[in-house]
Design a protein around this ligand. Structure first.
Ligand SMILES: C[S@@+](CC[C@H](N)C(=O)[O-])C[C@H]1O[C@@H](n2cnc3c(N)ncnc32)[C@H](O)[C@@H]1O
Length: 212
């Protein structure tokens, strides 16, 4: 189901997405996503939203031994890549859902939500609505792992952000022209921030939050 302000389409970019990301950020995008995986309790039910090409799925299974993973991804091309990327032995414990947060049945509840470089695609109102919907699927005491770019502060961060927003609006019909302090929005809505770390000179941040 489509949301207002959620018009992005990553099908065109899917074949080269990981290559572009590692060329620009020298692996920092992946390192930020792996940073807190060891904090996920074994046997968790995990909701992974907007996971892209699926490059994180094998490390996720190796390190966290989840009960199951719901992989919710809007782009059909990204889903196809993810299905190819994941090792055969993990396939039975992944449910691939081509769609958005709106397609997750209300009764599905998870111990962990993963959102990496996901919320930077949306305008403020859309972002807030998406957070609220995903939060209904997180159990009390559950973990939320978030990683993303922060609002730019230095000249080089402003330059890179401007470049990325132009690039993604041309290639994916990105729905926003700025990024927000998303962990602050999470905290205002009842999540408690437990840990954080920075990458790429602090321009990329990764945060572990808990639902109280
Ligand atoms: C910037 S990419 C990040 C991909 C991956 N998390 C990574 O860091 O490599 C954003 C991804 O979110 C997906 N996406 C966008 N809106 C979505 C939505 N509402 N629900 C699920 N996936 C969505 C896109 O198709 C895309 O694969």
């Amino acid at each position: 189901m489509k949301q207002i302000g959620d018009s992005n389409n990553y099908n065109l970019l899917a074949p080269v997405y990981d290559l572009l990301g590692s060329m620009m950020y020298f692996g920092a995008l992946g390192r930020a996503q792996r940073h807190f995986l060891a904090d996920i309790p074994k046997g968790s039910r995990i909701l992974f939203i907007g996971g892209g090409t699926g490059f994180l799925l094998n490390p996720l299974f190796q390190r966290c031994e989840p009960k199951d993973v719901w992989y919710v991804e809007k782009s059909g091309a990204m889903i196809r890549k993810s299905k190819k990327a994941v090792r055969h032995e993990y396939r039975k414990r992944i449910y691939f859902l081509e769609g958005t947060q709106e397609d997750i049945p209300d009764e599905e509840k998870f111990d962990v939500v993963l959102s990496f470089f996901f919320f930077d695609q949306f305008r403020f109102m859309t972002l807030g609505k998406i957070f609220l919907k995903l939060n209904t699927h997180l159990k009390s005491g559950g973990l939320w792992l978030w990683a993303d770019f922060i609002p730019p502060q230095t000249w080089w961060q402003k330059f890179l952000m401007h470049f990325m927003l132009c690039f993604f609006s041309l290639t994916t019909r990105l729905g926003t022209d700025r990024v927000y302090d998303v962990p602050a929005i999470f905290r205002q809505r009842g999540l408690k921030q437990e840990k954080e770390a920075g990458y790429y000179g602090g321009f990329i941040r990764t945060v572990l939050l808990r639902k109280s």
